[in-house]
Design a protein around this ligand. Structure first.
Ligand code: HEM
Length: 420
């Protein structure tokens, strides 16, 4: 079945099934890219929706932009704390229940966030941008021309893994380990990366040992502007227990890796789906300095959701949420809300309010790395357009393979050909 037929069939199903049976966490909705009609129906008919039974137990879905904003802005009512369940729908995932500051509430969250934030301060981004450009240029120059190849490993994984190695000052020749540990952290068991939660933890223990070695080397050396040295030298974090160090390392690995990687792949796919926008970009590359990159991030929405747990009984849009219940904010839905974004399914590189997307979250947990992610995507397209300035020169050949995952929205493969 081609993509259009599959989507039409999904729309029929989404609008004919009983409302209470809709389960937005079904990972195949992301894998087949058929989630949109289900979320459209929920936004219209049941914006705060309860799913009683799912792979991940019962949970509430928040599907509209303003309601998500309300949840994000009230962390005292909607907690991120890993001891209550953390930030992802799959609370059985042993990796995401490790202590890490994305899964903490104030005040500890604020203290730890402050320790690593300088890595993405404007002067540090300016310092790194030359290196990012050089690596992007080298990677593009090494690609095969007029032959089909897979964009995901050759460009997206390649560039984001090198970036991560730089942020951690990680041994460069072993950097593939970072990609592997990122995949181990987020994969659903049985989908090709890990077999079980025990397997996940066994692999992550190796990650912990590796990073402990780097910590021990750096804690007694001069402080340097890499993430490990920052954590080892700050008086706020230098006594953190090993599992908290591992948790924060994994947060930074996943945060910096999967998301940017999938935006890079998504941008290529989106421009192929919307060839007029590709033409617009080639005619006006300055769009990369204003709205084009946020629009790629909105269109892709690399993390489908973030989860919170109600700390007390409360009400959302007339629905009674009980203390302890799981509340999932579906950014993949709010970023497609017609009342907020005109013709939201389309890519519009000059969209005036592109920057108002919710892909980076909002409030106290808003993504630390957003400017770094944008910088990498902007440089990627600037360097592409220098080499291949005609619309359609990066051509998608066939359907992408998507991840079977309700959290990370991305691609395991994207066949392309550079026509030159
Ligand atoms: C937090 C998305 C890139 C590091 C977040 C959150 C989202 C997000 C949705 C949580 C917001 C919330 O709970 O309200 C993205 C997307 C990216 C991206 C879509 C790329 C397009 C990065 C990069 C880094 C990073 C490159 C690291 C260098 C973090 C960290 C947090 C975070 C450390 C935790 C912030 C906190 O809890 O205070 N990101 N991210 N992210 N992100 Fe990103």
């Amino acid at each position: 079945m081609d993509a259009q037929t599959q989507l039409r069939a999904a729309a029929d199903r989404a609008y004919s099934m009983p409302l209470e049976q809709i389960d937005p966490s079904d990972p195949t909705l992301q894998q087949d890219d058929t989630h949109a009609p289900y979320f459209a129906r929920l936004r219209e008919e049941d914006p705060i929706h309860h799913t009683a039974d799912s792979l991940f137990g019962p949970f509430w879905s928040v599907t509209r932009y303003d309601d998500i904003m309300h949840v994000e802005m009230n962390p005292q009512l909607f907690s991120s704390d890993s001891r209550r369940g953390g930030i992802a729908i799959m609370d059985g995932n042993a990796a995401v229940s490790l202590p890490m500051f994305i899964a903490m509430d104030p005040p500890k969250h604020d203290v730890q966030r402050k320790v690593v934030s300088p890595i993405v301060a404007p002067e540090n981004l300016a310092r790194m941008s030359g290196l990012i450009r050089q690596r992007t240029a080298d990677t593009l120059d090494s690609l095969p021309i007029n032959q089909t190849f897979d964009w995901v490993p050759s460009v997206s994984i390649n560039l984001t893994t090198k970036m991560l190695a730089t942020l951690f000052d990680f041994p460069f020749e072993e950097r593939q380990l970072l990609t592997y540990w990122s995949d181990v952290t987020t994969a659903l068991p049985g989908t090709g990366v890990i077999d079980s939660e025990e397997h996940r933890m066994a692999e992550l223990r190796k990650c912990g040992e590796y990073f402990l070695r780097l910590w021990n080397e750096r804690v007694n050396a001069e402080p340097k502007p890499d993430l490990i040295s920052m954590l080892a030298h700050s008086e706020k974090t230098r006594n953190m227990p090993p599992d908290e160090y591992l948790g924060n390392v994994l947060l930074l690995i996943v945060g910096g890796n999967d998301t940017t990687r999938n935006t890079m792949s998504g941008s290529v796919l989106a421009l192929n789906r919307f060839p007029d926008e590709y033409r617009k970009l080639c005619a006006n590359p300055q769009l990369l300095e204003s709205t084009a990159v946020p629009e790629f991030v909105r269109w892709q929405t690399p993390l489908a959701h973030m989860r919170r747990t109600a700390t007390q009984d409360t009400e959302l849009h007339g629905k009674r949420i009980r203390a302890g219940e799981k509340v999932v904010m579906w950014y993949v839905s709010s970023n497609r809300e017609p009342g907020k974004f005109n013709d939201p399914g389309s890519l519009q590189l000059d969209r005036e309010n592109a920057r108002q997307h919710q892909s980076f979250g909002f409030g106290i947990h808003r993504c630390v790395g957003n400017r770094l992610a944008e910088l990498q995507v902007r440089i990627l397209w600037e360097e592409i357009l220098k080499r291949w300035p005609e619309p359609g020169q990066i051509e998608v050949i066939g359907e992408p393979q998507r991840l079977c995952n309700p959290f990370v929205r991305g691609y395991s493969s994207l066949p392309v050909r550079i026509n030159a």
